[in-house]
Design a protein around this ligand. Structure first.
Ligand SMILES: Cc1ncc(COP(=O)(O)O)c(C=O)c1O
Length: 366
């Protein structure tokens, strides 16, 4: 790692494979299929490693759909909150299944999708989200249909539904009770379908999660309704696999010791800022520092960290869990150097798979 200039995202192949083995186990034990949600993680350099453990990809736009088709292959689900007229033919060309977000999109484009499997997003009007920005069941949510008459009028044109209502859900019992609610409230509809996607947000690769109970529950769901279940794990696929490697550029003491690093939460881990969370930083030792980014944003702060020794300029810091909703959201704010992307292979070798230069910054604008 000595030669590689910070900042860079470092994906650990062995850790990724461990997650993938859990995904594969769940698929085998439950019969459910698992599609990588590209909105969370689209770093296609590691798709060769992931492909054998998952069934394909799901997407939120034409570009994600195309990326999944080109770089991952296997089953390719197309979903978008709204397709444009000029996108739909191309989208249908890449996808083997298209899930419309609304009845009006189904009305508008259903004929164009006639050659492939068609579905609709169902919004059960509850979720596990405690944060309204990310709550698909928030008031007036535009994410899917719930009205019985509207759902009914789609039934002769769809063979399945996608229901995304879990958000960072680590609690199997909550998953179980909410799935029961879906079965109770929408069972008559589910019975008439061939497939049901339960979306993402189930953190089944986390430490201590009862994966086999989840597998049994999914199996029972499929048996009861005669459907093929899909999961769309984003975060669960890649959690704990990646760090953001940064270096200390300056140390300031204004009543609190602040270490400024060659990165930015706003530019390189934006999701944490949006959800008012702090980064996972080292916490061992008596020397405490606030770790801050180098943009002009006053709140460009990763969080507080502890180290066994006082920090020095040039020290390396690893920020954990930096795969999900990071690389897909990175941006050029303040022209801060974009982290390279590197992979630690099984033998410990680190190889850079992408780096970014001034030319990339310049070409992102005109
Ligand atoms: C429809 C859909 N599927 C899958 C996901 C992936 O969720 P997660 O990364 O929490 O597993 C999301 C996240 O917002 C989503 O909206």
């Amino acid at each position: 790692m000595a030669g590689l200039q910070t900042p860079f995202y470092l994906i650990d192949a062995a850790a990724l494979r461990r997650n993938m083995e859990k995904v594969a186990h769940l698929r085998e034990a439950s019969g459910a299929r698992a599609l990588l949600a590209l909105k969370c993680f689209a770093t296609w350099s590691v798709f060769d490693l992931m492909r054998d453990y998952m069934d394909g990809t799901t997407s939120s736009s034409l570009y994600e759909l195309r990326l999944g088709h080109e770089t991952f292959g296997k089953e390719t689900h197309a979903y978008s909150v709204a397709w444009a007229d000029h996108e739909i033919d191309e989208a249908v060309g890449y996808a083997d299944k298209i899930i419309f977000n609304s009845l009006s999109q189904l009305d508008r484009f259903g004929d164009k999708a006639r050659g492939i499997t068609t579905g609709l997003r169902l919004n059960p009007r509850f979720s596990t989200s405690g944060f309204d920005l990310a709550d698909p069941a928030r008031p007036f949510s535009r994410l899917g249909e719930w009205d019985r008459d509207r759902l009914e009028s789609a039934m002769d044109r769809i063979s399945g539904v996608m229901i995304h209502y879990n958000c960072e859900n680590r609690d199997f019992d909550l998953f179980d009770s909410q799935l029961t609610r879906i079965e109770t409230e929408f069972g008559d509809i589910l019975k008439r379908l061939d497939w049901v996607s339960l979306g993402g947000g189930i953190h089944f690769t986390g430490e201590g999660y009862p994966v086999d109970r989840l597998a049994d529950r999914l199996k029972a769901f499929q048996d009861r309704f005669g459907v093929q279940a899909y999961l769309e794990p984003g975060e669960a696929s890649i959690t704990g696999t990646t760090t953001l490697e940064v270096s200390v550029l300056d140390i300031i003491d204004n009543g609190k010791k602040v270490a400024i690093v060659d990165s930015s939460i706003e530019a390189h881990m934006l999701d944490l800022l949006i959800y008012r969370e702090t980064a996972k930083l080292p916490q061992d030792g008596a020397h405490e520092y606030q770790i801050a980014g180098k943009t002009c944003l006053a709140g460009d702060i990763f969080g507080d960290a502890r180290f066994p020794q006082p920090l020095q300029i040039g020290d390396r810091i690893s920020i954990a869990d930096a795969a999900g909703y990071t690389m897909v959201k990175k941006n050029w704010f303040n022209g801060v150097a974009m982290p390279a992307i590197a992979i630690r292979d099984d033998d410990g070798t680190i190889r850079t798979v992408r780096d970014f230069s001034y030319d990339d910054y310049k070409s992102s604008l005109s």
